[in-house]
Design a protein. Structure first.
Length: 500
């Protein structure tokens, strides 16, 4: 059983982060993230045979070079990582692969299939199946089913679509029994039903980082290799714009401290990685967990550097001090807007004062902050957008990210936007959290929202006080180049590739 896992970026194309619910241009972070979900799927597939993982974000391959690599392996299963903004190029690659190895089962996964289900498959005729929801359990059953058919090919999608093939009926019936799939048969696209969320996420294998070029994933501010470690899944908050609920659910499922520490230890000992982004929605949601985790890092002698993201309502000075001692140097905070009315409409369950307190507390203990704001949420006007820019510049943030609100399917914002006729496009690739706005609301146009996003960046990063503070830091030329790419992305029309 040969499995080929692909992050399908080609040379001369924009690089996209496609990791769980996150799907945006890599330039929005001035770096690429290691695809740890794919690496975990690689660990699962290795139980049944050989695995090849190709992350196009760090390879710069042409399509011909990629197809030659696929042809060499002759995979039974090809799993392609996808996202909304990259879906057109993703499916171009998928079609070429299916033509090259027609016997292979070609499967897509990611938020695109989770949010669109059968509609996603209708737009992706070269795919045999798509995975809906968090992929690992569904993928494990799929790999097992294909391996159990001998060499996997009797159960492939191409066989399932060929009624003359002797194994076709059995293949379709076998795959229909796997929940969490949208499956193309000869007659139609079938959804096999939603799979329950993985209750015990400690049961998942560590991402197999031996499949990755770990030294190619580097932080923009210090050029050191880093990796992501998922510490929990799910979020209990009802934010109207967020896709966490359909992807990971509202219930928080947390890895045990022992599991996280063992994964960190493996990264340090086996791969020489000492910089981490702990990847979850609200890292400080459970204060006792954070305090215990920080103590455990010290007890294990793990002197690492790390960053995390959290809500402003879950920031306390005692917790921050423990995090700082344990190596935390950066905390991402969801600011969203300086308008309390907009925050309330978005069901953020936070106040403007909460934002101010959280940033002040981080500054007090010496943890840098990255503030995230969203322009174009319901209730946004030119006046509230301008006020948010002024708010972000005076908060005392170290870094800032701004986005345009996206009315994704299966979100409350998406339902509202469709009901009110706000959405300007049916091209799913334009649903890009780091791109141009696709909504004309009753109070602001998409073009105005896009311009405020760009203006926020220029006003934040080009302030004389910020430039002076930055100038006294020690940056290498490569670090400066990374930050200039980030500047270009924020200051240029979405879709134009930053200078390289």
């Amino acid at each position: 059983m040969n499995t080929y896992l692909l992050n399908p970026t080609l040379a001369a194309q924009p690089r996209y982060i496609r990791e769980g619910r996150c799907m945006q241009k890599a330039a929005s972070w001035a770096t690429v993230w290691p695809p740890i979900t794919m690496a975990a799927m690689g660990a699962i597939a290795r139980r049944q045979g050989d695995v090849r993982l190709v992350d196009g974000n760090v390879e710069s391959w042409t399509l011909d070079a990629l197809l030659e690599d696929v042809r060499r392996l002759q995979p039974d299963l090809v799993a392609i990582n996808t996202g909304f903004p990259s879906i057109e190029s993703d499916m171009t690659v998928a079609a070429a692969i299916k033509k090259t190895v027609p016997q292979a089962c070609v499967v897509g996964f990611g938020a695109y299939f989770t949010l669109l289900e059968q509609e996603a498959m209708a737009a992706c005729p070269s795919l045999d199946a798509g995975i809906v929801g968090e992929p690992e359990a569904t993928f494990e059953q799929l790999v097992t089913a294909l391996a159990g058919s001998g060499n996997g090919r009797d159960a492939s999608g191409s066989c399932a679509r060929d009624p003359e093939h002797p194994g076709a009926t059995q293949a379709v019936n076998t795959l229909r029994e796997i929940s969490g799939l949208v499956l193309r048969t000869n007659e139609s696209v079938v959804f096999t039903g939603h799979r329950p969320l993985i209750d015990d996420i400690d049961s998942l294998p560590f991402p197999d980082r031996s499949l990755l070029h770990n030294d190619r994933y580097r932080l923009p501010h210090n050029n050191r290799p880093f990796t992501l470690i998922n510490t929990s899944r799910g979020c209990p908050y009802p934010c109207t714009f967020c896709i966490v609920k359909p992807y990971y659910g509202n219930r928080v499922r947390r890895h045990s401290i022992d599991y996280i520490l063992r994964e960190i230890q493996e990264c340090v000992d086996r791969y020489g990685l000492n910089e981490f982004l702990f990847w979850e929605e609200v890292f400080t949601l459970d204060k006792s967990f954070v305090l215990d985790f920080c103590r455990a890092l010290d007890d294990r002698g793990l002197h690492i550097k790390w960053a995390a993201t959290t809500r402003v309502t879950s920031v306390e000075e005692e917790t921050l001090e423990a995090m700082k001692r344990a190596g935390c140097y950066l905390l991402g905070l969801g600011v969203e807007s300086s308008s309390q009315d907009i925050l309330d409409r978005a069901k953020k369950k936070q106040t403007v004062a909460d934002v101010e307190r959280a940033v002040a507390a981080c500054r007090k203990v010496g943890i840098a902050t990255m503030g995230h704001c969203i322009f174009g949420l319901p209730g946004e006007t030119r006046e509230t957008a301008e006020a948010t820019i002024q708010f972000m510049t005076r908060l005392g943030l170290d870094y800032m990210q701004s986005y345009c609100a996206v009315p994704y399917p299966k979100t409350e914002l998406g339902e509202m936007a469709r009901a009110n006729g706000w959405i300007k496009t049916r091209n799913w690739s334009e649903f890009d959290f780091g791109g141009n706005s696709v909504m004309d609301t009753d109070t602001i146009t998409a073009g105005e929202v896009t311009e405020f996003r760009r203006r926020a960046f220029r006003r934040f990063y080009l302030r004389p006080s910020y430039l002076l503070r930055t100038a006294v830091r020690s940056f290498s030329l490569q670090q400066v180049a990374s930050l200039l790419k980030f500047r270009d992305w924020m200051g240029s029309p979405a879709g134009r590739r930053p200078r390289s």
